[in-house]
Every structure is written in structure tokens, then in C-alpha cells.
Write a protein that binds this ligand. Structure first.
Ligand code: C2E
Ligand code: CA
Ligand code: CA
Ligand code: CA
Length: 279
């Protein structure tokens, strides 16, 4: 048992070292990534579930490391938050996303709303609202075409300052969405204390439809309650026709998932626009 205990300690130390090394690797490389064009924004289409029309897309960050290849955001957003790098990276994402929506409009493919993910850490930047307003102005994008996907922890830990920032973002004309709804502790009535327009039902509720009766009941109840509160509902992670059929029957407004498209590069997005019914 003693030898085993020692082995456990050793494994634990190794894991900690590996984690520390990994963080150091990301920290050192991420600074360069931003200046050396290694970051890229991918886009995942969002569809009207009633008409099948393309409504917009979600911007999702990708890191193409010269040696390690594609690194997914789950592997580096945490470090970006800890180091504060998420602030310049986040601004860069907003600008890229605005340009993509503008570019699509410029080639006559419609006015598409683009959503970006904001981490709570970005709200510690006193210049957050000002910088988003400046980017919208510089890129000449209608603020109604920009949507912000927020995390529940932002609202749960909201200070007066955060409330004020959310109010200003809303006044600019932006759409505010609650991401990953259902995974945390907030309720729909709680959300109404904030200027939220949209909820995104987390993929974990969608993935086992139609096998899991509980998930189906939770999903349909959430959709009905959200509609009563005048909130629009997006379902994420739709992978099958059965999931789509169920969500349509429940009058879910918007859908996103591999069934329609994976996140794709800006170029691929433009090429794929033809596949969707005209708006
Ligand atoms: P999220 O905002 O919940 O984004 C949805 C994730 O689900 C994305 O993973 C997307 O690729 C994936 N997904 C979409 N449809 C399906 C599906 O049908 N099946 C499955 N299995 N997965 C699907 P991704 O791109 O790896 O992003 C992971 C997370 O990283 C995002 O979760 C978001 O929290 C964060 N993230 C991504 N880009 C940014 C960014 O620019 N800023 C910040 N702060 N966070 C970001
Ligand atoms: Ca999101
Ligand atoms: Ca999500
Ligand atoms: Ca998530």
C-alpha cells in the first residue's frame, strides 16, 4: 500500500508538471499566434428551424500551430483567460466576425447576424464596450448584426459594473444570448433580470434525443417557458434528423449542429451559402 501511495504521489506530481508545462507552452506560443496570423476564426451556420433559411453564424476560434497543428479553443481559451490574452484576442475576433458579415452582404448573399463568444474575463476590461462600439463603427457594421454569447457564470457573479456594461451593449443595439443554458444554476426567471434576448440550449440536452425521455421533457419545457418570457431559443449540437424533427415540433426557433454544418473557414462559409434557401 505504501509503494502504491508513493506511486500515486509521483503520478500526481507528473500530472501537475505536465499541466504546468502545457500552460507555459500555450502562454509562450499564444502571444506569437496572435501577431503571426496563426489564429483563425471559423464559422458555424445557424438556421431558422421553421424555414430552413440561414440566419447567421457563430464565430469559433481556431489555432493553427506551425508544429502542433490545429489546437481547439477548449485547449487554450482557459490559458488565454488566465494570462489576460483573451482581451486582445477577443477584440481581434470581433473585428474578424464583423468583416465576415460585411463581406457576405457585399457579395449580395444576404445580411447575416454573426455571434461571438465572450468570456467573463473580458468584462474586467473597462474598455470592453467602447472597443466593441469602435470596431462596429470602423467596420461599418450594423450593431443589430452582432450577437454576443455570454456564459452563465458572468450573470451569476455579475457586479453592478457588469450590469452596466450589459446595459450599454444592449443600448448599442447588440443581441445578447445566454450560452450553454441548463448546465449551470440559473433559471429562466433569473435571466429576465438581465437584458438577455436569446437562450442557447446546451448540446448535452440535445445529444440523447429521442432516446432520453427526460431530456426531451426538459427541452420542450425550456422552449415553452422561454417563449412565454419572449426569449428566442437556439438548440446547439443538432446531429440527427430525429433531433431536428423533435425541435421543430417544439417550435424551437434556431438550430445549429453537425447535421447542417460543422464550423468551417470563412472561405468555405461563403462557398456553402448557395446551399441554403434564399432569404
Ligand atoms: P460553445 O460556445 O458552446 O461552442 C459550441 C461547440 O460545440 C463548438 O466547439 C462547436 O464546434 C461544437 N459543436 C457545434 N455543433 C456540434 C455538433 O453537432 N456536435 C458536436 N459534438 N459538437 C458541436 P469548439 O469550436 O471546439 O469551441 C469550444 C468552446 O470554446 C466554445 O463552446 C466556446 O466556449 C469556446 N470558444 C470558441 N471560440 C471562442 C472565442 O472566440 N472566444 C471565447 N471566449 N471562447 C471561445
Ligand atoms: Ca457559443
Ligand atoms: Ca454551447
Ligand atoms: Ca461551451
Amino acid at each position: 500500500a505504501k509503494a502504491n501511495g508513493k506511486h500515486q504521489v509521483q503520478l500526481f506530481t507528473e500530472a501537475l508538471n505536465a499541466e504546468a508545462n502545457y500552460k507555459l507552452f500555450v502562454e509562450n506560443n499564444l502571444r506569437r499566434a496572435l501577431t503571426q496570423n496563426e489564429l483563425e476564426v471559423f464559422y458555424q451556420p445557424k438556421l431558422c428551424l421553421k424555414s430552413g433559411q440561414l440566419l447567421g453564424m457563430e464565430a469559433l476560434l481556431r489555432w493553427q500551430h506551425p508544429e502542433k497543428g490545429m489546437i481547439s479553443p477548449d485547449q487554450f481559451i482557459g490559458v488565454a483567460e488566465e494570462t489576460g490574452l483573451i482581451i486582445p484576442i477577443g477584440k481581434w475576433v470581433v473585428r474578424q466576425a464583423c468583416r465576415m458579415s460585411k463581406q457576405i452582404a457585399a457579395i449580395g448573399m444576404g445580411t447575416l447576424q454573426v455571434a461571438i463568444n465572450l468570456s467573463p474575463k473580458q468584462f474586467s476590461d473597462p474598455d470592453l464596450v467602447g472597443s466593441i462600439a469602435a470596431i462596429l463603427h470602423e467596420e461599418q457594421l450594423d450593431p443589430r448584426l452582432l450577437e454576443l454569447e455570454l456564459t452563465e457564470s458572468l450573470l451569476l457573479e455579475a457586479t453592478e459594473d457588469t450590469r452596466h456594461q450589459l446595459g450599454r451593449l444592449k443600448s448599442l443595439g447588440l443581441t445578447l444570448a445566454m450560452d450553454d443554458f441548463g448546465t449551470g444554476y440559473s433559471s429562466l426567471s433569473y435571466l429576465k433580470k438581465f437584458p438577455i434576448d436569446v437562450i442557447k440550449i446546451d448540446r448535452s440536452f440535445i445529444k440523447d434525443i429521442p432516446d432520453n425521455q427526460d431530456d426531451m421533457e426538459i427541452t420542450s419545457a425550456v422552449i415553452a417557458m422561454a417563449h412565454n418570457l419572449k426569449l428566442k431559443v437556439v438548440a446547439e449540437g443538432i446531429e440527427t434528423g430525429a433531433q431536428l424533427a423533435f425541435l421543430r415540433r417544439q417550435h424551437c426557433d434556431v438550430g445549429q449542429g453537425y447535421l447542417f454544418d460543422k464550423p468551417i473557414s470563412g472561405r468555405e462559409l461563403i462557398d456553402s451559402l448557395r446551399r441554403y434557401p434564399c432569404r
